[in-house]
Design a protein around this ligand. Structure first.
Ligand code: COA
Length: 302
């Protein structure tokens, strides 16, 4: 446990515990809602606060991360309670920052810096780091000062034109038996397997796999349409998987596909054919590596 020279004297930075999760999820909901109000373009409505199901899913994932990487998860506490937190993991030699929030009323006083330093100490032996960053200028400043390169992320929205969907072949449902294949693809695309993260992902997302003589790939489907995570050996396999994910969505329902980087132009070509709108939305921040391609990163597992 440490106090920080960069923040109020009564601030304690300490490891997160299971008992902190109710306070931490409330802070996550408040902090990101405030962020949306400050940073979303005017033509987009500010989403409502996350509902109970969304909060419960986030708590479940954070409890999982706390179990695998207790040394990567920290809270900032004052006499009034928990005012900030950062969660992170190490997979092979890559440090991944998951969620990072400071209460809006105490932002800008160095608490974020102290939290990021604590979480980053978990990845001190790593060669690479990766995170999906918000558009908050304060977060961006922290990441640039920590040596990250920023690559704008894009989000695709709208209703998929069903008549644009090609005939999809060579894609099957994935199973836990595909873990070795997925870890091997992860290493080729981003130099680090997701490893144990596949346990959580397999339990919460449908999985598609393409495994042919010319290359392999996998994609976890997002409940709101599109993919939560996609990795492939080549562009053709990635395209096949993204189309399969778009085809799996309910017809006529608007989707939101996050986390596309400029390195993945193949996905933007699909967006155009599918009639989806492209918006910029935060950054993929990387250190010691390039944005993976062909790849769609997960918002927290990277
Ligand atoms: C990102 C966040 C956790 C940082 O916490 P914090 O306590 O405000 O961080 P700090 O005070 O240590 O550092 C913020 C830095 O940004 C600077 N800053 C603040 N507002 C800024 C702005 N509008 N433009 C540029 N810089 C800004 C501060 O001056 C400070 O820099 P300095 O230390 O060189 O003076 C917090 O702002 C937050 O919760 N944001 C909303 C959620 C979010 O976006 N999280 C990151 C998700 S990836």
């Amino acid at each position: 446990m440490t106090t920080s020279p960069h923040s109020p004297a009564d601030l304690l930075i300490r490891p997160m515990q299971d008992a902190d999760l109710p306070a931490v999820v409330a802070l996550r909901n408040l902090g990101f809602h405030d962020l949306d109000r400050r940073t979303l373009p005017r033509h987009l409505d500010v989403p409502a606060l996350p509902d109970d199901a969304n909060s419960a899913l986030w708590v479940d994932r954070t409890r999982f991360v706390l179990g695998t990487d207790p040394g990567g998860c920290w809270v900032a506490e004052t006499p009034t309670g928990v005012v900030g937190f950062a969660t992170s993991t190490v997979r092979e030699l890559t440090w991944l920052l998951h969620t990072y929030v400071v209460h809006p009323e105490v932002q800008g006083h160095g608490i974020g810096r102290a939290l990021l330093d604590a979480a980053a100490s978990h990845g001190s032996g790593c060669l690479r780091a990766m995170l999906s960053a918000s558009a908050d200028p304060a977060a961006v400043r922290r990441y640039l000062l920590a040596g990250f390169e920023l690559h704008p992320q894009m989000t695709l929205t709208g209703v998929v034109r069903r008549d644009a969907i090609p005939v999809i072949t060579k894609v099957r449902e994935g199973t836990p038996g595909d873990r070795e294949l997925m870890d091997s693809l992860d290493r080729r695309r981003r130099d680090a397997a997701h490893g144990v993260d596949h346990e959580w992902l397999l339990a919460h997302h449908p999985l598609l796999v393409s495994d042919t003589t010319t290359g392999a790939g996998y994609a976890y489907l997002h409940p709101a349409g599109g993919v939560s995570l996609l990795a492939a050996d080549n562009r053709r396999t990635a395209e096949r998987l993204l189309w399969a994910a778009l085809a799996a969505g309910a017809p006529g329902v608007s989707i939101s596909q996050d986390h596309l980087t400029g390195a993945n132009q193949w996905a933007l070509r699909i967006a155009t054919e599918a009639g989806l709108a492209v918006h910029t939305s935060g950054y993929l921040a990387v250190r010691g590596m390039r944005p993976p391609v062909p790849y769609v990163h997960h918002g927290t597992f990277g």
